[in-house]
Design a protein around this ligand. Structure first.
Ligand SMILES: NC(=O)C1=CN([C@@H]2O[C@H](COP(=O)(O)OP(=O)(O)OC[C@H]3O[C@@H](n4cnc5c(N)ncnc54)[C@H](O)[C@@H]3O)[C@@H](O)[C@H]2O)C=CC1
Ligand SMILES: CC(C)CC(=O)C(=O)O
Length: 365
């Protein structure tokens, strides 16, 4: 069954990591390295079954191939998951053991934060491997990617508003935010500063309370967020929230948020289009974090990174241009843009290039 899925979507490698001493059970999925080493975060989550963890790792890794390609990065797509409760199961041994598995891949996979992992966890991984980003700024690194992801989502939301409402101002717009965690808290700050009205929800009452107190947000129960009257729905928790059930309920004109894999299936992107909801493809709008951590690989320069993140505005506009030009929904337009880049690089890479393993270096004459 696993090879069937890997073949269907062309995955290169799936690595299972087990370490009895620390209790580590992790999966590293490498989807495609045509553009460069696979970069993508590490999620720690209390998966109920191994299948759920494998499926999540695979889906997230493929998303990173498209995200990195669409963002113009010289990086392929990969992602990892650690099976466990981030509130109870973290330890130095666990992350160091995980770091050693990453080191074993010799640079084919580079990790970073995702849901359930922090800068401190990355610092532990860094004790064992240099193939980790989002490490503490004290190491010359870029630190927590979430605020930068939020800035990119904010920029992408403005561009999507321009397409949907003819004006990119978010002043007076009502934005319903699902999940006010690391990314969305920072996103709410930008939205509040611009004068947007916020409706928020989270399964963590403390996060909701903070958004209500700091941004005057209106709070609703997690299951009510799909029904609220709003201009923009911003999914910023987990994936698959755009599905048969929720599409019927949405009253928004725009969907633009940070969560990965927002569409449960591709056909839900078609359904949004039919309903007249303008959808900002998830992996384009939420690329700020990866653009920021990827800059570390050149020697981190915050100004350069932020300039690139700002460009998410133009990338989103480009996606909608392709969508209009080719008469396809926005999610397909984003896929087309990413796939075209990967294909053109794949073709130009078929040209011979000498390296230490090539025949030119086995000179016995
Ligand atoms: N952190 C980053 O830089 C990036 C994050 N993302 C994606 O953005 C999303 C959010 O990431 P973070 O803010 O880092 O994670 P986080 O874990 O800090 O925030 C997620 C929030 O969603 C809440 N939540 C979970 N299930 C919920 C539900 N059913 N209803 C309402 N709230 C719920 C959680 O309690 C938490 O507060 C994730 O899908 C992540 O993969 C994507 C790109 C970069
Ligand atoms: C820096 C990261 C959060 C990269 C990643 O895994 C993502 O964009 O989903």
């Amino acid at each position: 069954m696993i090879f069937e899925v890997m073949t269907k979507y062309d995955y290169e490698q799936l690595v299972f990591c087990q370490d009895k001493n620390s209790g580590l059970k992790a999966i590293i999925a490498i989807h495609d390295t045509t553009l460069g080493p696979a970069l993508g975060g590490c999620r720690m989550w209390n998966y109920q079954t191994e299948e759920e963890a494998i499926t999540d790792a695979l889906r997230l890794a493929r998303g990173m191939t498209y995200k990195n390609a669409a963002a113009g990065l010289n990086l392929g797509g990969g992602k990892s998951v650690i099976i466990g409760d981030p509130k109870k199961d973290k330890s130095e041994e666990l992350f160091r053991a995980f770091g050693r598995f990453i080191q074993g891949l010799n640079g084919r996979y580079i990790t970073a934060e995702d849901v359930g992992t922090t800068v401190e966890d990355m610092d532990l991984i860094y004790m064992e491997t240099k193939y980790v980003t989002g490490v503490s700024p004290a190491f010359g690194s870029s630190g927590n990617p979430s605020p930068v992801t939020a800035y990119g989502v904010y920029r992408g939301m403005k561009a999507t508003a321009k397409v949907a409402f003819g004006d990119d101002s978010l002043k007076g717009k009502t934005v319903a935010v699902q999940g006010v965690g690391n990314v969305a808290y920072n996103l709410c700050k930008y939205l509040h500063e611009e004068g947007a009205q916020l409706i928020v929800t989270d399964i963590n009452p403390d996060s909701v309370k903070r958004a209500v107190q700091e941004f005057g947000a209106q709070a609703v129960n997690p299951n009510e967020i799909y029904d609220v009257d709003c201009d923009i729905f911003a999914p910023c928790a987990l994936g698959a929230v755009v599905n048969d059930e929720t599409i019927e309920r949405f009253k928004c004109k725009v969907i633009a948020g940070a969560a990965n894999n927002q569409l449960k299936e591709d056909r839900h992107g078609d359904m949004l289009e039919q309903k007249g909801i303008v959808y900002a493809p998830d992996y384009v709008i939420n690329a700020g974090g990866v653009i920021n951590v990827a800059d570390e690989l050149y020697g981190y320069n915050r100004e350069r990174a932020m300039k690139k993140v700002e460009g998410i505005y133009d990338t989103i506009l480009k996606v909608f241009e392709i969508s209009e030009r080719d008469g396809i929904p926005s999610y397909k337009a984003a896929d087309r843009m990413a796939e075209e880049r990967i294909e053109s690089v794949r073709k130009s890479r078929s040209t011979f290039l000498s390296n230490e393993r090539s025949i030119l270096h086995f000179d016995h004459r």
